[in-house]
Design a protein around this ligand. Structure first.
Ligand SMILES: Nc1ncnc2c1ncn2[C@@H]1O[C@H](COP(=O)(O)OP(=O)(O)OP(=O)(O)O)[C@@H](O)[C@H]1O
Ligand SMILES: [Mg+2]
Length: 371
């Protein structure tokens, strides 16, 4: 099991101070709009790599009237103590402790696996390639925490190359050096994406047929396609280097870099109809997303051999009919980890029965209700 059995917050969003003691079952947060349900999920998401469920700046999460950073302390499975804090709003990094000892965020990533589903993802199939790329990279990061460092190196080299290109005259030796770094990080990103896509597709294929339709996933991007074909790192690197070098003239004309993994896309087909997911109905898209999230959770726990993930589902229950809602709760329970769900009313979670605890959230306070 992997479950939070205690969560304390200090000056996090609308929580001045909160301690929630839990028994390891799933957690259903209910309460009025604006009460602080999503804030609680965002707090839990700070146990993972990256900026969390809202992709917010760390300082934005500091309670408005406090202004000196925030802190979160969690106990996992009644034994491991984890604390994450932003020590002052000027700081760019979270400080992490595991059982009292300073730890790198990467250490945490090995022990806590997180997936989430939020209303902000609803438009992902209809939106632009950038939205889908971020959606994919978030999944990749959950599986391979080192993906974050590769992406950061890539972004840095990309902005250097773009700066060079904007000036309109490119010193070839300088461009060679930047493009080599770009290709190095880019090849790593492409390989990571391919690995996770395959794991995800495998988990999708293994899921039972039911209320959440299956998706056929593929990657659109030269480097990713090569990685999926099993080409080695060097080949993918060369492919990217050639693309950047050959594209210099075009990129100078455009004023930016037009090839590389920062342009890739995730293609999703709704398997039951064979149509692109973007053309599916709103409800079908939601169900597809839930299916992907469940598959990702399965893949993350490596089919049960790794730590079971924490699953955060913001407002997922309200959009489902009662049968699908019950099916979701059954699937979450079968996964073995702990799910955190939000909704405005407790009745939404009825079908969970005794498998979940209910927590009433009211303006910066939260308490366990019932048994
Ligand atoms: N940094 C902050 N400091 C203090 N309060 C904040 C901060 N950031 C957000 N809030 C407050 O938190 C509240 C929103 O909380 P949250 O989004 O968790 O609500 P919710 O319970 O999920 O509501 P809904 O059902 O509408 O989704 C708002 O009142 C907002 O003003
Ligand atoms: Mg909310």
């Amino acid at each position: 099991m992997t479950a939070l059995t205690r969560l304390s917050l200090t000056d996090f969003r609308n929580y001045a101070g909160l301690t929630l003691r839990l028994d390891g079952r799933h957690v259903c947060l209910y309460g009025a709009n604006g009460a602080g349900k999503t804030n609680l999920l965002e707090a839990v998401s700070q146990l993972g790599p990256g900026r969390g469920l809202r992709s917010a700046q760390l300082s934005e999460m500091t309670r408005r009237d406090a202004g000196r950073g925030w802190a979160l302390a969690a106990v996992l499975d009644d034994e491991m103590k984890v604390s994450v804090a932003l020590e002052g709003n000027g700081t760019a990094k979270r400080s992490v402790r595991i059982d009292g000892a300073p730890a790198a965020p990467g250490d945490l990533a090995e022990r806590v696996r997180l997936v989430w589903l939020t209303p902000a993802m609803d438009g992902v199939f209809r939106g632009g390639a950038g939205d889908r790329r971020r959606f994919l990279d978030r999944l990749v990061l959950a599986h391979l925490p080192a993906h974050g460092r590769a992406s950061a190196r890539y972004e840095k080299a990309l902005s250097e190359r773009n700066a060079l290109i904007e000036r309109g005259h490119v010193d070839p030796a300088w461009a060679d050096a930047i493009e080599a770094r770009l290709a190095e990080a880019g090849a790593e990103m492409a390989v990571n994406r391919a690995i996770v896509l395959e794991a995800l597709q495998g988990a999708v294929d293994d899921r039972p047929e039911g209320h959440f339709p299956k998706a056929d996933l593929s990657l659109e991007g030269e480097a990713e396609i090569a990685a999926l074909k099993g080409e080695d790192f060097r080949t993918i690197f060369d492919l990217l280097v050639d693309g950047y070098r050959g594209g210099r003239r075009r990129d100078i004309a455009a004023g930016r870099t037009l090839s590389g993994p920062h342009r890739s896309d995730l293609s999703v087909i709704h398997r039951p109809t064979g149509a692109p997911a973007g053309e599916a109905s709103t409800g079908q898209q939601k169900a597809l997303l839930i299916g992907l999230m469940l598959a990702s959770a399965t893949a993350l726990s490596a089919g049960g051999s790794g730590p079971a993930p924490l699953m955060l589902l913001d407002e997922a229950a309200a959009h489902l009919d009662p049968d699908r809602r019950a099916a979701l709760f059954d699937e979450l329970s079968a996964l073995g980890g702990q799910a955190w769900l939000t909704g405005t009313e407790a009745f939404l979670f009825e079908a969970f029965g005794a498998r979940a605890q209910r927590v009433l959230v009211t303006e910066g306070a939260a308490e366990v209700v019932g048994d």
